[in-house]
Design a protein around this ligand. Sequence first.
Ligand SMILES: Cc1cc2nc3c(=O)[nH]c(=O)nc-3n(C[C@H](O)[C@H](O)[C@H](O)COP(=O)(O)OP(=O)(O)OC[C@H]3O[C@@H](n4cnc5c(N)ncnc54)[C@H](O)[C@@H]3O)c2cc1C
Length: 381
Amino acid sequence: MIPRTVFNTEHEQFRDTVRKFLENEAVPHHAQWEKEGQVDRALWNKAGEMGFLCPQVPEAYGGLELDFGYNAIIDEEISRLGLTGIGWGLHSDIAVPYIANYGSEEQKQKYLPKCISGEIVTAIAMTEPGTGSDLQNVRTTAIRDGDHYVLNGSKTFITNGQHAELVIVVAKTNPDEGASGVSLLLVDTSLPGFKKGTNLEKIGMKAQDTSELFFDDVRVPAEDLLGGEGQGFIYLMQELPQERLGVAIGAIANAEAGLQWTIDYVRERKAFGRPIASFQNTQFKLAELSSELTALRVFVDRCLELHYEKKLDVPTAAKAKLLATDFQCKLLDECVQLHGGYGYMWEYPIARAWADARVQRIYAGTNEIMKLIIGRDLVKN
Ligand SMILES: Cc1cc2nc3c(=O)[nH]c(=O)nc-3n(C[C@H](O)[C@H](O)[C@H](O)COP(=O)(O)OP(=O)(O)OC[C@H]3O[C@@H](n4cnc5c(N)ncnc54)[C@H](O)[C@@H]3O)c2cc1C
């Protein structure tokens, strides 16, 4: 074991609180939430009371003003317990930071306290039915009309899409431009013309509400433009390293849990009169996985340290996301194999983790897009 140095005593005390909360308030209900396709909305308010939402937000807006290590701990504990329905990471690590970093004083006062308390659940809507990786080519438009932007278009695969009260929508304020025509708007989901589609049925992360969203002449007040007009693409590029780091952190924590469940299983399970842990193949597989996992844990922790120092660059975050999620899927697949038929049964955490993990290589930028980012950086002049 290589001791972790990225967290201090306060972080670890916070971890205990998060873990106890999740064990009491989420673990007993998660299987039911998977059937319902979403977690209980009240969980968000309970998390808000505990200080688990948006721990980074400054005290001036009711936040705890903590470092990203606290977000990482929440992500790790959720991933370790396989609670993939809980969309706090998307809210705290991804969506709300846009408001904190680019919002006007009025927007911060209006929204941040409610995001922290759980009164407002946020989502971020980039992907459209016709475009995902190629974000510059979104077709949703937000055309200025007096004191409003008129929003038209649709989005898909939006995490927290059913629960969200506030959605950061990526839209073209100038449809004739590429990246420089992209803006971000804070859109209240109760506005006329805003429609939530059905909760999408997925092969994993079944308790996570993921939705289509439709905008039909939604009149968004001009003061709800986030940051500058035409600056949206730049903001997205600036925020994506934190999003990708969060995904990598969750991937490694989940892989660690998957390996431990498997070690416990192979020590118990017998074949040919002896524990399957005693077979050389089992030990070699576990040894390979554990070695790679150790290397990745060290790398991802180092990325977290770099992020504390505001030095995590875009290609390094892409490497963390690429390596951690590819490895998570590989490890879980090997672990399913070591569980035999039981590894394919939904009631076994390893089966659910295997299905839940697959999307990690797809969202937050596909792993092919990660390679594009890393490769372009290598050959640039
Ligand atoms: C469960 C889930 C939750 C999600 N949550 C959100 C969310 O909250 N908000 C949001 O906006 N989106 C969300 N997404 C969408 C996700 O980010 C996109 O699915 C992803 O970015 C890929 O876009 P796409 O599906 O359009 O695939 P495409 O862009 O059509 O890609 C299809 C394939 O082509 C490859 N490809 C594309 N371009 C290139 C290239 N230039 N070179 C090489 N290969 C390429 C891709 O890697 C992929 O393998 C979510 C998706 C899922 C499944």
